[in-house]
Ligand binder design. Structure first.
Ligand code: RB5
Length: 149
């Protein structure tokens, strides 16, 4: 994975995306923001989930997707082969999504999670490595068993 974190949100997720982006900037991490750019203009989360998923695959980076619940973003992102999107509302989920599932996209619900918890979940996600070992075999199975015929 590269160090770059690709960001996307709909109108509901926009304010939290901006907070996360500033947090990542202060940490010296490289980000790429694929929108949206307003909380006032209603927009459709699948566009942003798709754009971020495609970009994460292209650069072998990591993604952050935020909508109101986090659900729509995670559902769309997980339709892309090679994307393992984890909807996390606590640090434990963020940690094991990396250790066990090698998640490459973090999804959060801006109407679910507060600012401080969101930043802590984000930090946990970015700081945790994949454990490999028995989990590697499961990831291979995961791709193999979900490939469309
Ligand atoms: C927008 O109102 C809301 O539906 C969206 O942000 C997201 O929660 C969908 O899953």
């Amino acid at each position: 994975m590269t160090g770059k974190i690709v960001l996307g949100a709909d109108h509901a997720g926009f304010p939290l995306k901006q907070i996360c982006q500033e947090h990542l900037r202060l940490l010296g991490l490289q980000t790429e923001d694929l929108g949206t750019d307003s909380a006032e203009v209603s927009c459709d989360y699948p566009w942003f989930a798709a754009k971020v998923s495609e970009r994460v695959l292209a650069i072998n980076g990591r993604g952050l997707l935020i909508c109101g619940s986090g659900l729509g973003m995670s559902m769309v992102a997980n339709r892309f082969s090679g994307i393992r999107a984890a909807l996390c509302g606590n640090e434990f989920s963020a940690r094991v999504s990396r250790q066990h599932n090698d998640a490459n996209v973090l999804c959060m619900g801006a109407r679910v999670i507060g600012r401080d918890l969101a930043l802590s979940v984000l930090d946990t996600f970015l700081q945790t490595e994949f454990d490999g070992g028995r989990h590697q075999k499961r990831l291979a199975l995961f791709e193999e068993r979900t490939r469309n015929q």
